[in-house]
Design a protein around this ligand. Structure first.
Ligand SMILES: Nc1ncnc2c1ncn2[C@@H]1O[C@H](COP(=O)(O)OP(=O)(O)OP(=O)(O)O)[C@@H](O)[C@H]1O
Length: 249
């Protein structure tokens, strides 16, 4: 009960109603990909990783990507998040046409509307767990009066309240991953992209994180797209996509 009350308070504090105006109507997809191709060139070698991907993700959807190692799952997440541009095709995220935007504009959208749980977005080594989550809020433009409640809530959700003052080097790999999850979800992004978010966690903690993702999509209508190799994780998805030979099955 207390957690639920805290959840709705934190949610209110993000002033979702005010944000809703920017986010378009409910029927608008959060992610819309059409005809996505991605080719990497290294010297004279060319590797075609994505071969005509179409994908639509709606508000509050929990989608999982599976597929063998090297099949292109991370490449697809990078394209959805505007970190990498497709060789061909259209990418639309929350009404923003990434293929028509410059780097700076895409970065602005990433900071305010997309949460990343990626290795490359690791924690700042000199900041405590608390400060790292705070940094995520600051970069996303969440007003500072809302920070304390939201940091408390997110660290509690990942079971890291007791370690809030610890820096990354004082934490285990799994604990760092949990702080990274708290940091990514704290600003209440419209879209959360996660590359193997439970890879470092034991079964009990993985289940807790999946329950959290469930709550984020039902209570905050966050759209979540994640990769995983874990069969038990796949069971909580409402859509599982398999990457096979550069296409989604
Ligand atoms: N920047 C790059 N330059 C050249 N090749 C790349 C680049 N990024 C990815 N690749 C290649 O694209 C293919 C797909 O890689 P990707 O990381 O998307 O696979 P994945 O499905 O996420 O794999 P894993 O499950 O092992 O993480 C691989 O063959 C990889 O070597």
């Amino acid at each position: 009960m207390a957690v639920l009350e805290q959840a709705s308070c934190s949610q209110d504090s993000l002033n979702r109603d005010a944000q809703a105006g920017d986010l378009g109507s409910r029927s608008q997809p959060i992610v819309s990909l059409s005809g996505i191709y991605k080719t990497f060139r290294t010297g004279t070698t060319e590797i075609q990783v994505l071969k005509g991907i179409d994908l639509r993700l709606d508000p509050g959807q929990l989608a999982m990507l599976k597929g063998r190692s090297g099949s292109g799952k991370t490449t697809l997440l990078n394209v959805i998040g505007g970190l990498d541009m497709p060789t061909k095709g259209n990418v639309e995220v929350n009404g923003h046409h990434f293929h028509q935007m410059g780097d700076k504009q895409r970065t602005r959208v990433r900071k305010s509307e997309i949460g990343f749980i990626f290795q490359a977005f690791a924690l700042h080594p000199l900041l405590s767990a608390w400060e790292n989550v705070e940094l995520g809020l600051r970069l996303s433009g969440v007003p500072s009066p809302q920070w304390t409640d939201r940091i408390h809530y997110c660290l509690e959700q990942v079971g890291m309240t007791q370690r809030a003052q610890h820096r990354p080097y004082e934490l285990s790999g799994g604990e760092q991953q949990r702080v990274a999850i708290a940091k990514a979800i704290a600003p209440g992004p419209k879209l959360l992209l996660a590359d193997e978010p439970t890879a470092e966690l034991d079964t009990r903690m993985s289940e807790r994180i999946m329950l959290l993702f469930e709550r984020l999509r039902s209570e905050e209508r966050m759209t979540i797209c994640m990769t995983t190799h874990d069969q038990t994780m796949l069971e909580v998805a409402d859509h599982v996509y398999e990457m096979v030979d550069g296409r989604l099955g």
